[in-house]
Design a protein around this ligand. Structure first.
Ligand code: SAH
Ligand code: SF4
Length: 409
């Protein structure tokens, strides 16, 4: 059974975190945000409110520390900044967290949040999902990059939902900040010195850009958010523990290595172009050969820094022994890990997950060729938190609510 907490319930649940780390629950007002700006952006914002030039860098540094080391979401917490200046900052800017619409906790400890971000310009508020997966010795946060997706991979539920918009760097980063709030993962906030806590002491140790959306179609915002998340004087997530997953936007792959420097995962899913054209239609633009050439040239690629190839197991579609052998042949010479993902079904999907023995047999062939090929255990299935299911559950839930309301009217 899954646990769903709405805001009213949260106060008396045993799964709640201490009140001191519960973020401000009001939706961020429409003042410009400081969250998601790099240091130069913060200094520029300070210039905008008349901070003298000689002080800007220092103020930017102070803000950086409060936002990303201490996890502050209210200027009032910034005790080493004079009260008057705090008031001025508050008048002009926001650092409030987005609204948490719901928090669900699976029997296996996986958590899924539905966050609501205020409108951008003339747009409407948007909702996105973020998932936290605790494992032995690490905790992985699955972050979204877009609301919906422009691509239409036939096995992915996000692909059936219309693309609403790119997330801003603030919205991408806020998913990390909110998860750390809710998990009580800003432990340093309690110490007056605000010392940077080493990442081993944290609950969110890894970030994967595997939520909703294609991160490489929102390159600049994803880059800015990930560079802030990996900054050693802030959230300090190691770049080796940040993985960006792409369906294969070939022209942006080299930039990902050069400019972000994170780990790369490729949603391969098929070993022949005719099949990949159907499963991952971006393949028609950049076919397997172009994709793998870009992988061979990935900056920083080595045996210690391998590319992960994701392969969703679809019964009778891509799961034969011949497919496994061809996979091994295609990846020859690329330092790679192969991640076999049991297909997560969704209502109306036309695929089935391969049988377990088939997946194991496929994995054996890949293993014998010398590749580590973990089979990804589906997590949080009871709360629809698995790959490719994001947002769909909340959309379904809302439709159910709507139907109930219509029935009652
Ligand atoms: N758009 C990016 C990242 C988000 S999808 C990409 O496609 O890589 C994250 C991973 O989940 C991808 O490998 C995707 O192919 C996989 N996925 C999507 N739907 C799935 C489903 N129903 N079952 C299992 N994996 C799925
Ligand atoms: Fe978009 Fe990735 Fe889903 Fe394809 S698998 S539709 S690229 S989110």
């Amino acid at each position: 059974m899954a646990i769903t907490l709405d805001l009213a319930q949260r106060a008396d649940t045993t799964n709640s975190v201490p009140a001191s780390v519960v973020p401000t629950m009001v939706a961020a007002p429409e003042k410009p945000t400081l969250v998601g700006l790099d240091r130069a952006g913060l200094a520029e914002a300070m210039a905008g409110i008349g901070i003298p030039e000689r002080q800007r860098k220092m103020r930017a540094q102070q803000l950086w520390h409060w936002l990303y080391v201490r996890g502050a979401s209210d200027f009032g917490q910034m005790t080493n900044i004079a009260k008057d200046l705090r008031a001025t900052l508050d008048e002009h800017f926001s650092i409030a967290r987005p609204e948490i619409v719901s928090e669900q906790i699976s029997v296996d400890g996986t958590r899924k949040w539905l966050f609501r971000f205020p409108p951008r310009g003339a747009g409407r508020p948007v909702e996105i999902e973020t998932v936290y997966i605790p494992e032995e010795g690490r905790g992985t946060l699955c972050v979204s990059s877009q609301v919906g997706c422009t691509l239409t991979c036939t096995f992915c539920h996000t692909g059936t939902q219309k693309m609403v918009r790119n997330l801003t760097s603030e919205e991408i980063l806020s998913q990390v900040l909110l998860a750390r709030d809710r998990l009580g993962d800003f432990p340093d906030a309690a110490t007056p010195q605000g010392a940077i806590v080493p990442s081993e002491g944290r609950l969110v140790t890894n970030v994967v850009m595997m939520g909703m959306g294609e991160p490489l179609y929102n390159f600049d915002n994803v880059k800015q958010a990930l560079l802030i998340a990996s900054d050693g004087e802030g959230l300090s997530l190691s770049k080796r523990r940040i993985t960006l997953s792409t369906s294969g936007v070939v022209p942006e792959i080299a930039r990902t290595g050069d400019e972000i420097g994170c780990m790369l995962a490729i949603s391969l899913h098929a070993v022949r172009d005719d099949l990949r054209d159907v499963l991952v239609p971006i393949n028609k633009k950049w076919p397997i050969k172009d994709l793998l050439d870009a992988c061979r040239r990935y900056p920083g690629l080595s045996n210690a820094k391998r590319i992960t190839f994701e392969y969703v197991m679809l019964k009778g579609v891509n799961d034969s022994d011949a497919d496994a052998r061809e996979l091994v042949r295609l990846l020859a010479g690329i330092p790679a890990k192969i991640n076999l993902i049991p297909f997560n079904p969704w209502p109306g999907s036309e695929y089935e997950c391969s049988d377990w023995e088939r997946i194991e047999h496929f994995a054996d062939i890949v293993n014998r060729a010398g590749y580590a090929s973990p089979i990804r255990t589906p997590r949080g299935r009871d709360i629809f938190a698995a790959c490719g299911q994001l947002k769909s559950a909340s959309e379904r839930m809302r439709k159910k609510d709507r139907d109930a309301l219509e029935g009652a009217a």
